[in-house]
Design a protein. Structure first.
Length: 257
Protein backbone atom coordinates (compact mmCIF):
# COMPACT_ATOMS: atom_id res chain seq x y z
CA UNK A 1 0.00 0.00 0.00
CA UNK A 2 2.77 2.41 1.00
CA UNK A 3 4.90 1.58 -2.06
CA UNK A 4 1.93 2.25 -4.31
CA UNK A 5 1.56 5.74 -2.83
CA UNK A 6 5.27 6.43 -3.39
CA UNK A 7 4.98 5.28 -7.00
CA UNK A 8 1.96 7.54 -7.50
CA UNK A 9 3.85 10.50 -6.05
CA UNK A 10 6.82 9.82 -8.27
CA UNK A 11 4.55 9.69 -11.30
CA UNK A 12 2.87 12.95 -10.33
CA UNK A 13 6.25 14.67 -9.95
CA UNK A 14 7.44 13.38 -13.34
CA UNK A 15 4.17 14.39 -15.02
CA UNK A 16 4.43 17.87 -13.50
CA UNK A 17 8.03 18.38 -14.66
CA UNK A 18 7.29 17.18 -18.18
CA UNK A 19 4.12 19.26 -18.51
CA UNK A 20 5.93 22.41 -17.34
CA UNK A 21 8.46 22.08 -20.17
CA UNK A 22 5.91 21.83 -22.96
CA UNK A 23 4.51 25.32 -23.54
CA UNK A 24 2.36 26.29 -26.55
CA UNK A 25 4.18 28.56 -29.00
CA UNK A 26 1.56 31.31 -28.80
CA UNK A 27 1.98 31.47 -25.00
CA UNK A 28 5.73 31.01 -24.87
CA UNK A 29 6.47 34.13 -26.91
CA UNK A 30 4.05 37.02 -26.66
CA UNK A 31 4.30 39.46 -29.60
CA UNK A 32 5.67 42.89 -28.70
CA UNK A 33 3.66 46.07 -29.15
CA UNK A 34 5.91 47.02 -32.05
CA UNK A 35 5.23 43.72 -33.83
CA UNK A 36 1.49 44.06 -33.36
CA UNK A 37 1.48 47.66 -34.61
CA UNK A 38 3.69 46.78 -37.59
CA UNK A 39 1.44 43.89 -38.51
CA UNK A 40 -1.57 46.20 -38.43
CA UNK A 41 0.11 48.81 -40.66
CA UNK A 42 1.33 46.22 -43.15
CA UNK A 43 -2.11 44.62 -43.26
CA UNK A 44 -4.07 47.86 -43.66
CA UNK A 45 -4.05 48.47 -47.42
CA UNK A 46 -6.20 50.56 -49.68
CA UNK A 47 -7.86 49.06 -52.74
CA UNK A 48 -5.29 50.52 -55.12
CA UNK A 49 -2.44 49.21 -52.97
CA UNK A 50 -3.93 45.71 -52.97
CA UNK A 51 -4.49 45.77 -56.70
CA UNK A 52 -0.99 47.04 -57.45
CA UNK A 53 0.68 44.59 -55.06
CA UNK A 54 -1.14 41.63 -56.61
CA UNK A 55 -0.31 42.88 -60.10
CA UNK A 56 3.41 43.29 -59.39
CA UNK A 57 3.99 40.16 -57.29
CA UNK A 58 2.08 37.90 -59.69
CA UNK A 59 4.11 39.30 -62.61
CA UNK A 60 7.35 38.60 -60.75
CA UNK A 61 6.24 35.03 -59.96
CA UNK A 62 5.05 34.27 -63.48
CA UNK A 63 8.19 35.58 -65.12
CA UNK A 64 10.38 34.15 -62.33
CA UNK A 65 12.18 37.47 -62.09
CA UNK A 66 15.26 37.86 -59.93
CA UNK A 67 18.39 39.95 -60.00
CA UNK A 68 21.94 40.25 -58.73
CA UNK A 69 23.48 43.68 -58.68
CA UNK A 70 22.34 47.08 -59.80
CA UNK A 71 22.17 46.58 -63.55
CA UNK A 72 19.98 43.48 -63.29
CA UNK A 73 17.75 45.21 -60.75
CA UNK A 74 17.29 48.12 -63.13
CA UNK A 75 16.33 45.68 -65.92
CA UNK A 76 13.70 44.08 -63.67
CA UNK A 77 12.33 47.51 -62.75
CA UNK A 78 12.07 48.43 -66.42
CA UNK A 79 10.14 45.23 -67.12
CA UNK A 80 7.69 46.01 -64.32
CA UNK A 81 7.24 49.59 -65.55
CA UNK A 82 6.58 48.30 -69.07
CA UNK A 83 4.05 45.77 -67.72
CA UNK A 84 2.18 48.40 -65.70
CA UNK A 85 2.02 50.76 -68.66
CA UNK A 86 0.58 47.99 -70.81
CA UNK A 87 -2.03 47.47 -68.09
CA UNK A 88 -3.15 51.06 -68.42
CA UNK A 89 -1.10 52.78 -65.72
CA UNK A 90 0.14 55.74 -67.75
CA UNK A 91 1.86 57.68 -64.97
CA UNK A 92 4.49 55.12 -63.90
CA UNK A 93 8.26 55.50 -63.87
CA UNK A 94 11.52 54.65 -62.17
CA UNK A 95 12.32 57.40 -59.69
CA UNK A 96 15.63 58.24 -58.10
CA UNK A 97 16.01 60.18 -54.88
CA UNK A 98 19.24 62.04 -54.24
CA UNK A 99 20.21 64.29 -51.36
CA UNK A 100 23.36 65.67 -49.75
CA UNK A 101 24.32 65.43 -46.09
CA UNK A 102 27.23 66.55 -43.94
CA UNK A 103 28.59 64.63 -40.95
CA UNK A 104 31.22 65.24 -38.30
CA UNK A 105 30.78 62.40 -35.84
CA UNK A 106 34.26 61.89 -34.42
CA UNK A 107 36.93 64.12 -32.93
CA UNK A 108 39.68 64.88 -35.40
CA UNK A 109 37.61 63.75 -38.36
CA UNK A 110 37.03 66.29 -41.09
CA UNK A 111 33.50 67.31 -41.94
CA UNK A 112 32.54 65.56 -45.17
CA UNK A 113 29.66 65.57 -47.56
CA UNK A 114 28.04 62.54 -49.08
CA UNK A 115 25.41 62.03 -51.72
CA UNK A 116 22.90 59.33 -51.05
CA UNK A 117 20.92 57.82 -53.91
CA UNK A 118 18.08 55.36 -54.07
CA UNK A 119 15.76 54.03 -56.78
CA UNK A 120 12.24 52.65 -56.79
CA UNK A 121 9.16 52.54 -58.99
CA UNK A 122 6.52 55.26 -58.62
CA UNK A 123 2.95 55.10 -59.85
CA UNK A 124 0.45 57.96 -59.70
CA UNK A 125 -3.09 56.60 -59.41
CA UNK A 126 -6.55 57.80 -58.42
CA UNK A 127 -7.04 58.30 -54.71
CA UNK A 128 -8.87 55.62 -52.72
CA UNK A 129 -10.81 58.33 -50.93
CA UNK A 130 -14.23 59.10 -52.31
CA UNK A 131 -14.00 62.50 -53.93
CA UNK A 132 -15.09 64.22 -57.13
CA UNK A 133 -12.02 66.45 -57.50
CA UNK A 134 -9.97 63.82 -59.31
CA UNK A 135 -7.35 63.68 -56.57
CA UNK A 136 -4.33 61.43 -57.05
CA UNK A 137 -2.15 59.41 -54.75
CA UNK A 138 1.44 58.25 -55.02
CA UNK A 139 2.20 54.52 -54.84
CA UNK A 140 5.75 53.36 -54.19
CA UNK A 141 7.00 49.96 -55.38
CA UNK A 142 10.27 48.98 -53.75
CA UNK A 143 11.94 45.74 -54.84
CA UNK A 144 14.52 45.78 -52.06
CA UNK A 145 12.66 47.21 -49.07
CA UNK A 146 13.51 44.64 -46.41
CA UNK A 147 17.28 44.79 -46.82
CA UNK A 148 17.32 48.54 -46.15
CA UNK A 149 16.89 47.80 -42.44
CA UNK A 150 19.38 44.97 -42.02
CA UNK A 151 22.02 45.29 -39.30
CA UNK A 152 25.22 43.34 -38.78
CA UNK A 153 24.41 42.97 -35.07
CA UNK A 154 20.84 43.01 -33.84
CA UNK A 155 18.66 42.00 -30.94
CA UNK A 156 16.14 39.19 -31.25
CA UNK A 157 13.35 41.76 -31.00
CA UNK A 158 14.66 43.73 -33.95
CA UNK A 159 15.22 40.53 -35.91
CA UNK A 160 11.55 39.66 -35.43
CA UNK A 161 10.59 43.11 -36.74
CA UNK A 162 12.72 42.93 -39.88
CA UNK A 163 11.57 39.38 -40.64
CA UNK A 164 8.03 40.71 -40.86
CA UNK A 165 8.99 43.25 -43.54
CA UNK A 166 8.31 42.28 -47.16
CA UNK A 167 11.10 42.24 -49.72
CA UNK A 168 8.81 43.73 -52.37
CA UNK A 169 6.83 46.52 -50.74
CA UNK A 170 3.91 48.36 -52.38
CA UNK A 171 2.49 51.24 -50.37
CA UNK A 172 1.32 54.81 -50.36
CA UNK A 173 3.83 57.38 -49.18
CA UNK A 174 1.97 57.81 -45.90
CA UNK A 175 1.87 54.10 -45.06
CA UNK A 176 5.52 53.66 -46.01
CA UNK A 177 6.56 56.53 -43.74
CA UNK A 178 4.68 54.96 -40.83
CA UNK A 179 6.48 51.65 -41.37
CA UNK A 180 9.90 53.29 -41.66
CA UNK A 181 9.31 55.40 -38.55
CA UNK A 182 8.25 52.39 -36.48
CA UNK A 183 11.13 50.19 -37.62
CA UNK A 184 13.70 52.95 -37.07
CA UNK A 185 12.60 53.32 -33.45
CA UNK A 186 13.19 49.60 -32.93
CA UNK A 187 16.50 49.86 -34.82
CA UNK A 188 17.69 52.61 -32.49
CA UNK A 189 16.87 50.49 -29.44
CA UNK A 190 18.55 47.44 -30.96
CA UNK A 191 21.78 49.33 -31.71
CA UNK A 192 21.77 50.79 -28.21
CA UNK A 193 21.40 47.35 -26.62
CA UNK A 194 24.18 45.96 -28.83
CA UNK A 195 26.50 48.81 -27.82
CA UNK A 196 26.53 50.33 -31.30
CA UNK A 197 26.52 54.05 -32.06
CA UNK A 198 23.73 54.99 -34.44
CA UNK A 199 25.19 56.63 -37.56
CA UNK A 200 23.36 59.63 -39.06
CA UNK A 201 22.18 57.63 -42.07
CA UNK A 202 20.21 55.34 -39.77
CA UNK A 203 17.99 58.07 -38.33
CA UNK A 204 14.28 58.12 -39.17
CA UNK A 205 14.49 61.35 -41.14
CA UNK A 206 17.41 60.14 -43.20
CA UNK A 207 15.86 56.73 -43.91
CA UNK A 208 12.56 58.29 -44.97
CA UNK A 209 14.40 60.62 -47.35
CA UNK A 210 14.94 57.66 -49.70
CA UNK A 211 11.31 57.86 -50.78
CA UNK A 212 10.43 61.54 -50.30
CA UNK A 213 9.01 63.16 -53.46
CA UNK A 214 10.92 66.44 -52.99
CA UNK A 215 14.21 64.54 -53.38
CA UNK A 216 13.24 62.57 -56.46
CA UNK A 217 13.59 62.85 -60.18
CA UNK A 218 12.34 60.46 -62.80
CA UNK A 219 15.07 58.65 -64.68
CA UNK A 220 15.22 56.62 -67.87
CA UNK A 221 18.69 55.09 -68.06
CA UNK A 222 20.64 53.52 -65.21
CA UNK A 223 24.08 54.08 -63.78
CA UNK A 224 26.76 51.47 -63.33
CA UNK A 225 27.12 52.08 -59.60
CA UNK A 226 24.77 50.82 -56.93
CA UNK A 227 21.77 53.07 -56.81
CA UNK A 228 19.79 51.77 -53.86
CA UNK A 229 22.73 51.25 -51.55
CA UNK A 230 25.28 53.79 -52.73
CA UNK A 231 27.06 55.87 -50.10
CA UNK A 232 29.26 58.30 -52.00
CA UNK A 233 31.80 60.53 -50.30
CA UNK A 234 33.42 61.71 -53.51
CA UNK A 235 37.17 61.41 -53.79
CA UNK A 236 39.20 59.26 -51.45
CA UNK A 237 36.48 56.65 -50.95
CA UNK A 238 36.88 52.92 -50.93
CA UNK A 239 34.39 50.49 -52.46
CA UNK A 240 33.22 47.86 -50.01
CA UNK A 241 30.75 44.99 -50.27
CA UNK A 242 27.31 45.42 -48.72
CA UNK A 243 24.28 43.20 -48.34
CA UNK A 244 22.40 44.56 -51.32
CA UNK A 245 25.05 45.90 -53.66
CA UNK A 246 28.01 48.28 -53.67
CA UNK A 247 28.65 50.80 -50.97
CA UNK A 248 31.39 53.40 -50.52
CA UNK A 249 33.23 53.85 -47.24
CA UNK A 250 34.05 57.42 -46.32
CA UNK A 251 37.57 58.69 -45.67
CA UNK A 252 36.64 58.87 -42.00
CA UNK A 253 36.18 55.12 -42.05
CA UNK A 254 32.57 55.01 -40.89
CA UNK A 255 31.21 51.49 -41.26
CA UNK A 256 28.00 50.90 -43.19
CA UNK A 257 25.67 49.51 -40.54
Amino acid sequence: MGSLVEEDLDKLVIDYIESSIIVPDHIEKKPSTTLVTLQEILGTKGEMEKEMEENVTSFIRRRKLSYEGDNEKRDVMKMIVSKLRSDGYNDVSISRTSWDSSFDRRAGCRVFRCTRKYEYIEVIVASDQDSDDGSKQRLIIDLDFKSQFELGKQTEGYKDVTQMLPTVFVATEERLKRVVSLVCVEMKESMKREGMSRPPWRTTRYMQAKWLPENRRRVVSGSKKGSWSMFDDGEGSEAVGTTSGIGLKTTCGFPIF
